[in-house]
Design a protein around this ligand. Structure first.
Ligand SMILES: NC(=O)c1ccc[n+]([C@@H]2O[C@H](COP(=O)([O-])OP(=O)(O)OC[C@H]3O[C@@H](n4cnc5c(N)ncnc54)[C@H](O)[C@@H]3O)[C@@H](O)[C@H]2O)c1
Ligand SMILES: O=P(O)(O)OC[C@@H](O)[C@@H](O)[C@H](O)[C@H](O)CO
Length: 445
């Protein structure tokens, strides 16, 4: 039973992604007898899902489905590698005590793009510090005072240089809280803040299939998770000796530079998602699978990937193969990826995942890429509707402001996008006047 296994991993985050990715690996390593520990989940924010997880003894079922090397795969895994879940807001002592157990060796986190932040009013005495790096610094400091070994920290947030950014925030807390140079040196030398790149489409709780899947496994599971088979975890560092993921047969790369993998994934896969889903929603579709079956939407998707994104980031065989694989993954008939779930917080996603390609394309070819520019117009049209789900201020502004004012908004885009006004306005007017179907026809013409 997992309760009796020693606890070796502290996991910040109980979301669908970590449970469908990292916990799957720990579970499989355990089954292959390559890992003899268990995972303690820490809920990073006050409200979350650990109550539900606790009700199920921290166990849940994961369904991985798709086509792998031409074969249909439908893999069910009962995950029981989590020994307990802690809410540091209501159980601070239990949280603090984690630092005292010398068996803990790994820390993993996915606190979304918002989680790795330095909030200057957090205090060492807070129970707990509000931000994730604040909480982590509290834990590390206690560990340091006890003279124990540091951690291998695997940060899975989808921001650039996630491990380094997390370390920077912890160092800032060390300064703010006057924790001393010796502690900072210990953080630097005894801990490895690894940047990592994660890739797996995790579709989370299967609302529509839940009942059928419960019947299939003969149990009620309210924390069920679903994902594709494909996975890639690129980790900056080399801890295969302690975490034998490659030996276990997983698609894991230990490297000294995660950046090229990250760029390829974020620009091609995430860029394709973000540039596709808003227009496709306005066109009346609901899932990524439906987009791939639709002639117009899939044609625009291919145009964006193969004529705009890949030529911009590098027209290499590797990038083309990745682009082809993305199309296959999006067409996965076994998963239901909702456009509206991908559409969440699209303004910041567009800035990070699509805009850099548009600007680099312009730099390289002297004109704006039509497909991706069209997707910015579709984004604006989408934010006019009630389907937009983003920060309150963003939703309110995007609903009413003119295209020109939206493009000027440096806080959203990192720069004034007025030079794009003509082309974005043209597509926006086309979408509003003719409707999405005709607009697709025009951009593809
Ligand atoms: N679902 C996927 O296919 C997938 C794949 C790769 C990466 N990701 C990334 O993983 C992240 C989480 O996705 P998910 O599907 O698990 O979402 P989720 O909503 O199921 O879980 C979100 C998790 O983040 C934590 N969190 C939210 N806001 C936070 C904050 N401000 N500070 C600290 N913690 C915070 C929550 O407590 C929760 O543990 C997303 O940012 C996404 O970009 C998702
Ligand atoms: O998870 P998000 O909301 O940041 O982005 C939506 C998707 O693009 C994303 O979840 C991808 O499916 C994932 O990044 C694949 O590894």
């Amino acid at each position: 039973m997992s309760m009796q296994r020693k606890e070796t991993v502290i996991q910040f985050g109980e979301g669908g992604f970590l449970r469908g990715f990292v916990d799957y690996f720990f579970q499989k390593l355990k089954e292959k007898e390559l890992f003899d520990g268990s995972v303690v989940v820490v809920q990073p924010i006050e409200k979350g899902m650990i109550g539900e997880l606790n009700k199920q003894n921290c166990e849940y079922n994961l369904f991985l489905r798709g086509i792998d090397k031409g074969e249909v795969v439908d893999e069910h895994t009962h995950i029981d590698v989590i020994s307990r879940c802690i809410n540091p807001y209501t159980e601070y002592e239990a949280y603090e005590k984690l630092a005292e157990n010398p068996d803990f060796r790994f820390i993993v986190s996915n606190t979304t793009e918002a989680g790795i932040e330095f909030v200057s009013d957090n205090k060492l005495e807070d129970k707990p510090a509000k931000s994730f790096p604040g909480k982590l610094t509290q834990l590390l400091y206690r560990r340091f005072l006890l003279g124990l070994k540091g951690f291998i920290i695997l940060s899975c947030e989808l921001i650039d240089h996630n491990g380094e950014e997390l370390k920077k925030c912890c160092m800032k807390y060390a300064d703010l809280w006057n924790l001393g140079e010796e502690f900072k040196t210990w953080m630097e030398t005894e801990n490895d803040f690894c940047s990592t790149l994660v890739d797996r489409i995790v579709t989370g709780f299967p609302r529509e299939e839940h009942e059928a899947l419960c019947k299939r496994i003969g149990e009620q599971d309210n924390m069920m998770d679903t994902a594709e088979i494909f996975h890639l975890w690129v980790i900056q560092g080399d801890h295969e000796d302690e975490l034998p993921l490659v030996k276990a047969g997983y698609n894991v790369i230990w490297t000294d530079n995660v950046d090229p993998y990250k760029k390829r994934k974020v620009r091609i896969l995430n860029g394709a998602h973000t540039s596709m889903v808003l227009g496709a929603h306005l066109y009346g579709l609901e899932t990524v699978g439906e987009c791939l079956k639709d002639e117009k939407v899939s044609a625009l998707l291919k145009k964006c990937i193969f004529e705009e994104i890949i030529p911009t980031i590098g027209d290499t065989q590797d990038n083309r193969n990745f682009g082809e694989a993305v199309l296959e993954r999006f067409a996965n008939p076994f998963i239901r990826h909702l456009l509206l779930s991908i559409a969440l917080n699209s303004v910041s996603k567009f800035k990070a995942r699509v805009l850099p390609t548009i600007l680099e394309y312009k730099e390289k070819y002297g004109s704006y890429p039509q497909g991706l520019t069209f997707s910015l117009a579709a984004l604006i049209a989408f934010y006019r509707t009630d389907a937009a789900n983003d920060g309150e201020e963003i939703v309110a502004f995007m609903k009413e402001a003119s295209v020109a004012d939206i493009l000027k908004k440096e806080e959203y885009w990192g720069q004034d996008l007025s030079p794009m006004l003509d082309v974005v306005q043209k597509w926006y007017d086309c979408i509003e006047a003719e409707g999405m179907e005709k607009a697709y026809g025009e951009v593809l013409a």
